[in-house]
Design a binder for this molecule. Structure first.
Ligand SMILES: *Cc1c(COP(=O)(O)O)cnc(C)c1O
Length: 452
């Protein structure tokens, strides 16, 4: 009876799991639906996610056996495709020696090797490396580095950030505070979000059409508030999750010049754009500028594990180290995880050994061929592409359930948001697969949107 009484306090769902030896083939998906959150979705009443059984090359295989060409690279990360033998081998080799050890007081070769690769790849003055777990955390680290730097040089009043609207920098509190205030729902979190400075979003134009008035709002904020501003943070050239907007390199050059003039650090968030996606190894290279701090993530492990890196100049790290409290105040449990570092090293080597520039420019050309004609369609607001990113912007938001069903029925995986249908396929996608992906994309949009 006593046992029964205590059992009765256990919710039914827990008993059910225990009695059934966890989940059966028949019910795991139902259980998942009722208990597991997905990104930016309700837990109850969400669209059912498609269960993936395995992934290989550019294909995702669903539980029901259907194969989809992946247009998303699992959110910018799987640049070499899935289940890559070289990355698998790097993971296995590292597993057999150690998956993880703490980084406090200890170190290991994979971290040093990764730092060496990042220092050699990134723009000139960046040479000191902080390895952390995710993109959002790297943004927190970058912001704290900037604030500690100014405190160290005797300007503790410089604690705020200046950014541009329509940006996206992650989901933790410090990162959220520099995301677009509207799409980031700042009004929901006013008590925990620092009020930062927001300039108007840069216009979606090329250098030829760029006008000086575009930077006016940014210039006036930095002129007025530079005594309070530790750093500017933005996504160079391509604003990702905040709207897939591509802006003029000239804007970025002006930002760099204004940061220098008003003694404000520049943080480049290249978490999405880094490792070749925009056609340059890093997006800053489009403008020929170097940031003081760079954040890298997403593609860094080729989509295998969560890992991010922050690089700074020697001047910043020296200043922080030589002044009270005499340390940089951050240190996550899984800092520099050896397994992730080993895969990142293999992924970077794989990238550098591949003809990635050719692959990306071939992709750009195919985007142009397929997307340009859609501009004439009713309901299409804009089409644009840069490097390995193709965007179709509609006048109305998509019906996610029905457009996703059509994509899946045609054998492709694309995840639109709002009015944006966009692709950033794995770099290894071949011409035929890319043709299939883009034909199915444009066909679906025409059926779904224009009722053709
Ligand atoms: C994805 C992303 C982040 C956040 O990275 P997570 O790994 O999801 O925390 C930050 N900035 C940009 C530009 C991103 O695209």
């Amino acid at each position: 009876l006593g046992a029964f009484a205590s059992l009765r306090r256990i919710p039914w769902v827990k008993i059910h799991i225990l009695m059934n030896n966890y989940l059966s083939d028949a019910n795991w998906l139902e259980f998942e639906k009722n208990h597991v959150w997905h990104p930016y979705a309700p837990l109850e009443g969400a669209l059912p996610p498609y269960p993936v059984k395995s992934a290989q090359g550019v294909y995702l295989t669903l539980e029901d056996g259907r194969k989809l060409i992946d247009g998303m690279s699992s959110w910018w990360s799987a640049i070499h495709g899935y289940n890559h033998p070289v990355l698998n081998q790097a993971a296995r080799a590292q597993l057999d020696s150690m998956s993880h050890v703490m980084f406090g007081g200890l170190t290991h070769r994979p971290a040093a090797e990764l730092a060496a690769r990042l220092v050699s790849l990134t723009p000139e003055p960046l040479e000191k490396v902080f390895l952390c777990d995710s993109g959002s955390v790297s943004v927190e680290v970058a912001i704290k580095l900037a604030i500690q730097y100014w405190a160290a040089v005797g300007q503790p009043g410089k604690q705020r950030m200046l950014t541009v609207r329509r940006g996206y920098h992650g989901d933790t509190a410090g990162a959220m505070a520099v995301c677009d205030p509207e799409t980031g729902m700042h009004h929901l979190f006013t008590q925990i979000l620092t009020q930062q400075f927001f300039a108007e979003a840069p216009s979606v134009v090329r250098d030829e059409d760029w006008q000086d008035s575009d930077i006016a709002s940014f210039r006036s904020l930095i002129e007025t508030h530079h005594d309070e501003i530790a750093a500017v943070i933005l996504e160079p050239i391509v604003q990702g999750a905040g709207g897939m907007r591509f802006y003029a390199p000239e804007y970025l050059r002006q930002v760099r010049a204004l940061c220098d003039k008003f003694k404000v650090l520049l943080i480049a968030d290249e978490i999405a754009t880094g490792f070749g996606r925009t056609g340059k190894m890093f997006s800053c290279e489009h403008a020929g500028i170097s940031p003081d701090i760079i954040c890298l993530g997403k593609a860094i492990t080729g989509g295998y594990l969560s890992l991010a890196a922050v690089l700074t100049t020697a001047e910043i790290s020296r200043t922080i180290s030589a002044n009270p409290p005499g340390a940089f105040m951050h240190g996550p449990t899984f800092m520099a995880n050896p397994l992730a570092c080993a895969i990142a090293n293999a992924s970077i080597d794989l990238l550098l050994d591949s003809p990635w520039q050719q692959r990306i420019s071939a992709m750009t050309e195919t985007f142009a061929n397929h997307l340009q004609p859609c501009l004439a369609w009713d309901g299409v607001a804009d089409v644009r592409w840069i490097g390995g990113i193709g965007v179709l912007e509609l006048e109305q938001p998509v019906n996610l359930a029905s457009i996703t069903r059509r994509f899946v029925d045609k054998g492709i995986w694309i995840r639109p948001f709002g009015r944006l249908v966009y692709v950033m396929p794995p770099y290894v996608i071949d011409d035929k697969q890319l043709e299939t992906l883009l034909s199915a994309l444009t066909q679906t949009v025409s059926e779904e949107f224009m009722g053709r």
